[in-house]
Design a protein around this ligand. Structure first.
Ligand code: S3P
Length: 167
């Protein structure tokens, strides 16, 4: 497939970008793509392994390339990793896209992902790290978003419906 994605999903880890992305793609009758999965497939190793073996800066370069490629190739629903918006070039590319920011508050984030050791950015002190991550990134998600959908207390189906309503 080629062309611009119908919709790009951004937001923090664990907010449900992959689950909602798949539901959204089904409802819209289009394909679903996830840049984290693209990186894992291309590298043949997990994201946690990339962080441990090569460090976060190398992961961010891989992510930047994966996002640029997916934006150029995919015309369905595209979910980005939670930190993709840290890159200024990526944010500039997203300015031309329809971008839904799936948001959640910090306590919800800790509940959903706090004990998940597979997420390298939360390994030490999940609540403190979540607070810092959200403070550093919230404005970046808001900057690229054309719509914001709050996920707190909502099921993936309800979030999907809210995202469809926001399109
Ligand atoms: C990250 C989010 C993860 C993954 C990596 C870094 C982040 O993606 O890209 O662990 O910096 O927020 P998900 O948002 O899909 O979990």
């Amino acid at each position: 497939m080629s062309g611009a994605p119908l919709v790009v999903l951004v937001g923090p880890m664990g907010v449900g970008k992959s689950t909602v992305g798949q539901l959204l793609a089904e409802r819209l009758g289009v394909g679903h793509r996830d840049t984290d999965e693209d990186i894992v497939t291309a590298q043949g190793r997990t994201i946690a392994d990339i962080f441990v073996d090569d460090g976060e800066p190398v992961f961010r370069e891989l992510e930047k390339d994966a996002v640029r490629t997916a934006l150029a190739e995919h015309d369905g629903v595209l979910a980005l990793g939670g930190g993709a918006v840290l890159d200024a070039d990526t944010r500039a590319l997203l300015a031309a896209q329809r971008v839904v920011y799936l948001s959640m508050d910090v306590e919800e984030a800790v509940r959903r992902t706090g004990l998940n050791a597979a997420r390298p950015l939360l390994a030490v002190n999940p609540r403190k790290q979540w607070r810092e991550l959200m403070e550093a990134r919230r404005h970046l998600y808001e900057e690229v978003a054309t719509a914001v959908v709050a996920t707190d207390g909502r099921t993936p189906e309800e979030v999907t419906q809210a995202a469809l309503d926001a399109l």
